[in-house]
Write a new protein. Structure first.
Lengths: 372, 511, 325
């Protein structure tokens, strides 16, 4: 017998956890001497108060959907991929290489090429920690973190020594050709008030498509069935003839590929060139998004939207309340990970006993009214 | 402390875990210097009751009297202070510690180890001699045999001056010889005035050694009787609540062609030789039983035949064609394709994915079967229909395909595994511990299914640590010890004693 | 390369190995008790900030260090509550703590000092001074004129902050605690088989909290060393992955104190070489500075890839303890 109805498990508990995280964040704001109430108003207005705000919110959310799905897919195989940051960076490298070196006639073909290259580069970057985990038992959490540092050093080296435009001091690549410019929010949703002033672009549709595909993969395909089986019990997977090595590799390749696609939104869609540190922590936000979204694509979209709003609202906050550093978003992200991930039982245990006592009372009441 | 007071008296103990009532209003009284047995089916609440007595759980209601004095036992510390010691079914030993380190853990003298260890070594020597429990104090636990590890557990309790000793299923991991030795030790302890509670599901042991016995059923204590006044059949009836057949009904086997032929099979796993050259054949229409104490290579034998681990040498053929026993071809998928079904030893960590719903588990391992798939996607409707059908035919209760596996009782979980592995009528069925942790009703059902499969002309390899089960089901019996087959016997030409000697590694010449 | 240069690199090795060693020993206590701690990084960072901030405000490096230790212990307690009390996922809790530290240090630094997330430069009593051992020379010119033994003494052994000596002393102390005391026996037992500890009537929760809090103290010292001895103040993300490198060193060391010392010295050495030789020329190829910077992280991966043999972690590591029925 389950202790709680399913809706409480998948909706109520994450919701309470997120509210707790936001309340504690508010306390932090109060402790540094600012009004959490006003901060929230500024953030909500900044994120949702205008088409401009929405544009940025959705742009950030696109990033977080990709990185959140990346972490979520790995979670299903009980793999903790903290390397989204580095994988996305290398994905950006793939995008830049293919867009700078080929004269693309139209953005649609370029987009497909960028998709393939971003995913392939990032998947390759994820493959090394995956292989080491599967074959050598090296702790994937630590190796993926190390690969973030290594990716960052590699990108600096390449931007300074290879991609940098002659005569320029800035560690960034040349601008991509005009033909590969992705349609922005103003192009496809101008009627909603979006304009070219925000970086929102067609990548958001890729992100949503990725959600659908991940859902199909995890819950409707044999591979997804095998991934979930392996995630729940490695010994059972071996019993059933599911190769742990194969599942670890495939899952991490998919996870890395999803993280890499995030680069399309930023490198191709926004910056239109490869710049230093373009990932800006999105890989790490993916962890919070996946945890909060219970590793389900629908949850990931909702969580990504929340974090998109936090990023955009946080940027607005810096203008209006300069005392609150932008790193406040990192604090909120940490608290969301803490409450929805590590402290899950803190919310769960009292809720379970609550539902249990509710059911007891209902059963007692049913017993007292004799059947007619 | 009054001289006539019982050593232990429980009054009205109740305990529930969430919606499950594990113990309901239990009262029990055990006289000093006696051995008291507690029997009951799996999940009857025996272990919970003893965990309450040992302070591992706190009872919701009820009182505990030790030697006539009301003694609240909120934690294990309090139980130890009250002179209660417990030897758990799964030993609570630190495997890479020495014997003496394990013995002093929690009973050290002072903050520094050196004097504690010196003193303990002296005391251990004394205790070993007093009770015939010889163990090397400096041996590492993982190097000791299971029987010796159990001695360490008993020594641990005696070192803590336990007067009341609880033993939870102590013979499950022992050879019959070792079990006998244990009983001699228990008798000696009783003679010294210690009180012993013995939890077991083996009625023969109850009859052999206890003075009184209590029966538990569905969380309640239904009867307490003098052992001399009862019989195994009567106890079994009290446990289950109806008459039970203690014997398995079957006709003689009619063996056909050789299905599986194993030659000089060797397995090296985790740096240790687990199988040291095993050879045997299994024919159509026979049940080949492998007896032995857990950990003598039976697990590895099942796993290598099931494709879960690789062999390091030897060969296996099925219907004359070789079976891959190492490399990429050796896996559970290729085994199933060759017509090998596998009921694994541990349904919870191998046979089932506990959070998966029953219908997902019914396809587990066979998920690539076209009948569960529609093109690139899995056909959930077909899987659920198949599950409902199997649940009906294999009497799985409740027959709800949407229930997660973890919400079924042990017996019904096992029925799901059995339904999945047997319903395809595989040419060879590997069965490990088919009735471990399963209630008597389900045991009868599973045994009947195994025999029915044999009667269809299929070959069955049965591994069990329960000698009764091996003797009752098998048409031929092999005994494994230390990675080798010590000998083969026919069930009607052997007995527990002979098999027990083989299980202890006593070779035929010496026996 | 002359002898003095080698000594200078070794001296730098010792300095750079010290925070790793403290963090590694912190991880040792925690993981020996069965609690994974990838939050070492965050604890070091939090301690670095609070020690620097409070040292600046109070003018006393010792008060600063206490504040650093307190901050680190607060995060350790949080890890304990999440992973011991509420039996949460230890990895996720560690990740959350790392982000919490990364975010909070900058947020608070900005509020207190308005210098873009750093503390003001520390000077005087707000920093740990190097201790000159009796008879040691301090000026390069004087050292260069000494004999090899004198150089060894003056350059390598003398002239470190008190924390360096303390850190090295903690290694034998840890060995003694682990293998010669009741606490150590119980600590090792709870990391191997908590059920054995529980049935022996000892509190699993209490032991594990003790271990986690000791880890908090050691990370606190590591952070204080980073901000008030090795550097002169806090800057954003100054822990730079040291917590993770310490974890790799711990695995390399197979969870043993003396091996931990060697492993940390090795990582410290590579760090020192990377710092000294920013661009190494190997024949035609110039090894870029970014490679030298990434070298410690690459080494961690190589070490974890098991080029050093399989390490067996404490058996109950990472699993929350739930009583069996």
């Amino acid at each position: 017998m389950d202790k709680m109805p399913k809706w409480a498990d998948v909706i109520l508990i994450p919701l309470i956890s997120v509210v707790l995280a936001l309340v504690v964040s508010g306390l932090v704001v109060a402790l540094i001497g600012e009004s959490p109430w006003r901060a929230m108003q500024v953030m909500v207005r900044g994120a949702f108060g205008s088409a401009y705000g929405w544009g940025y919110t959705l742009y950030y959310a696109t990033n977080f959907i990709f990185t959140g799905l990346a972490v979520a897919v790995a979670f299903h195989a009980r793999l903790f991929n903290i390397g989204g940051e580095g994988q996305a960076a290398i994905g950006g490298l793939g995008v830049a290489i293919i867009l700078l070196n080929v004269a693309w006639p139209h953005w649609t073909i370029a987009l497909i090429a960028a998709l393939v290259f971003s995913a392939a580069f990032a998947a390759a970057w994820a493959a090394v920690p995956a292989y080491l985990q599967a074959r050598r038992g090296s702790h994937i959490v630590i190796t993926t973190i190390m690969f973030n540092y290594i990716a960052s050093a590699l990108l600096v080296y390449l931007l300074v020594n290879v991609f940098r435009v002659d005569g320029s001091m800035a560690p960034e690549s040349a601008r991509f050709a005009e033909t590969v410019h992705l349609p922005g929010g103003g192009d496809f949703a101008g009627f909603l008030g979006f304009s070219a002033t925000t970086p929102l672009n067609v990548s958001i549709f890729l992100a949503l498509a990725a959600c659908v595909l991940v859902w199909v993969l995890i819950w409707r395909t044999r591979l997804g069935y095998e991934i979930r089986s392996f995630g729940h019990s490695e010994s059972a997977a071996v019993y059933a003839g599911i190769s742990p090595y194969r599942i670890t590799m495939i899952t991490m390749l998919i996870s890395g590929g999803l993280a890499g696609m995030m680069a399309i939104n930023v490198v191709m869609g926004e910056a239109e060139r490869l710049v230093l540190d373009f990932v800006e922590g999105a890989g790490f936000v993916g962890i919070a998004v996946a945890l909060m979204g219970r590793s389900h694509p629908v949850g990931v979209v909702l969580a990504a939207l929340l974090f998109g709003a936090l990023y955009q609202g946080g940027a607005e906050l810096q203008f209006e309340m300069p005392a609150i550093s932008r790193e406040m978003v990192v604090v909120i992200q940490a608290l969301v990970i803490l409450f929805t991930g590590a402290l899950d039982n803190m919310v769960r245990m009292p809720m379970e006993s609550l539902f249990l006592s509710l059911r007891r009372r209902r059963e007692d009441a049913a017993r007292k009214t004799p059947a007619e | 402390m009054t001289p006539t007071a019982p050593a232990i008296e429980l009054k009205g103990i109740s305990k529930s875990f969430g919606p499950v009532q594990a113990n309901r209003d239990i009262s029990l009284s055990v006289a000093r210097g006696t051995i008291h047995g507690i029997v009951g089916e799996n999940g009857a609440g025996k272990s919970t009751l003893m965990s309450i007595l040992y302070g591992f759980y706190k009872a919701d209601r009820g009182e505990i009297f030790i030697n006539g004095t009301l003694t609240p036992i909120p934690d294990s510390q309090a139980a130890i202070r009250a002179g209660i010691g417990m030897v758990h079914q799964h030993f609570k030993l630190v495997e890479n510690f020495t014997v003496v380190e394990n013995v002093i853990l929690g009973a050290e003298d002072g903050a520094f180890l050196t004097p504690s260890i010196a003193k303990a070594r002296k005391t251990l020597t004394q205790l070993s001699e007093d009770y015939g429990l010889r163990v090397d104090p400096d041996a590492i636990i993982e190097d000791l045999s299971v029987g010796h590890q159990q001695r360490v557990e008993i020594l641990k309790q005696l070192y803590r001056h336990a007067d009341i000793l609880i033993l939870d299923e102590p013979t499950g991991v022992l050879t019959p010889t070792e079990a006998d030795q244990l009983f001699r030790i228990l008798e000696r302890l009783r003679a010294e005035g210690k009180t012993i509670i013995l939890i077991t599901h083996k009625l023969r042991e109850i009859m052999d050694i206890t003075d009184t016995v209590s029966v538990m059923r569905r969380g309640e204590m239904t009867n307490t009787v003098k052992t001399a006044d009862t019989s195994p059949a009567e106890l079994a009836e009290m446990m289950v609540g109806r008459k039970v057949l203690l014997q398995v009904d079957k006709t003689p086997a009619i063996p056909g062609e050789v299905v599986l032929s194993v030659q000089d099979l060797r397995v090296r796993h985790g740096g240790v030789d687990r199988l040291k050259g095993v050879s045997f054949d299994i024919r159509r229409g026979e049940i080949f039983g492998i007896a032995g104490v857990a950990g003598n290579g039976q697990t590895e034998l099942l796993e290598v035949l099931g494709g879960m681990i690789s062999a390091s040498g030897g060969s296996v053929t099925m219907f004359g064609a070789p079976l891959d026993i190492s490399g990429g071809g050796a896996n559970g998928q290729t085994r199933r394709a060759r017509g090998i079904g596998h009921v694994p030893e541990d349904r919870q960590t191998e046979g089932l994915i506990m959070p998966f719903e029953a219908w997902e588990n019914v396809a587990f391992g066979y998920h690539k079967d076209p009948k569960y798939n529609a093109g690139p996607l899995m056909d959930h409707a077909a899987m659920q229909a198949d599950c409902a059908d199997k649940m009906a035919r294999y009497d799985v209760r409740p027959p709800n395909p949407r229930l997660p596996a973890r919400n079924f009782s042990g017996g019904n979980q096992q029925k799901i595994v059995v339904a999945r592995e047997m319903d395809r009528a595989p040419d060879l069925l590997l069965v490990g511990q088919p009735t471990r942790g399963v209630d008597i009703g389900a045991i009868e059902f599973i045994h009947k299914q195994i025999i029915a499969l044999r009667d269809q002309g299929k070959a069955i390899l049965l591994v069990s640590v329960e000698l009764d089960e091996i003797i009752g089901l098998s048409d031929r019996i092999a005994v494994m010890f230390d990675g080798r087959i010590m000998g083969e016997r026919l069930p009607d030409q052997t007995d527990q004693n002979e098999l027990g000697l083989l299980m202890a590694g006593v070779t035929e010449g010496a026996a | 390369m002359d002898f003095l240069t080698i000594l200078q690199i070794l001296d730098s090795t010792v300095r750079l190995a010290t925070p790793l060693l403290l963090a590694c020993l912190a991880g040792l206590y925690s993981e020996r008790a069965g609690i994974f701690d990838i939050g070492l990084e965050g604890k070091i960072l939090a301690a670095a900030f609070f020690s620097a901030a409070v040292a600046f405000a109070s003018g006393s490096v010792w008060v600063g260090m206490l504040a650093g230790i307190a901050a680190s212990m607060a995060l350790a307690a949080l890890h304990g509550v999440a992973s011991i009390t509420f039996r949460g996922n230890q990895l996720i809790s560690g990740v959350a703590i790392n982000f919490l530290a990364a975010g909070l240090t900058v947020v608070i630094a900005q509020t207190w000092f308005q210098q873009g997330g750093r503390t003001p430069q520390l000077a005087g009593d707000a920093r740990f001074e190097n201790i000159v051992l009796p008879g040691a020379a301090t000026r390069i010119r004087d050292i260069a004129q000494q004999g090899p033994l004198g150089q060894l003494y003056s350059e390598l052994i003398s002239g470190h902050s008190i924390i360096v000596y303390v850190a090295f002393a903690i290694v034998p102390l840890t060995w003694w605690v682990l293998y010669r005391t009741r606490f150590g026996l119980r600590l090792r037992a709870v990391g191997e088989n908590p059920a054995a500890v529980d049935t022996a009537g000892i509190s699993v929760v209490g032991l594990r909290f003790a271990a986690v809090l000791i880890a908090g103290v050691l990370c606190g010292i590591a952070g204080a060393y980073l901000a008030t001895a090795l550097n002169a103040g806090f800057v954003k993300d100054m822990s730079a992955g040291r917590g993770f490198i310490a974890l790799a060193a711990l695995i390399f060391a197979k969870w043993r104190p003396w091996y931990a010392l060697s492993a940390c010295l090795l990582f410290g050495f590579f760090d020192a070489v990377g710092n000294r030789y920013q661009n190494i020329q190997l024949g035609e190829i110039i090894v870029p500075v970014q490679f030298m910077q990434a070298l410690p992280y690459i080494l961690v991966v190589i070490v974890l890839a098991g080029l050093v043999g399989k390490a067996i972690p404490p058996r109950a590591g990472g699993e929350p303890y739930v009583k069996e029925r």
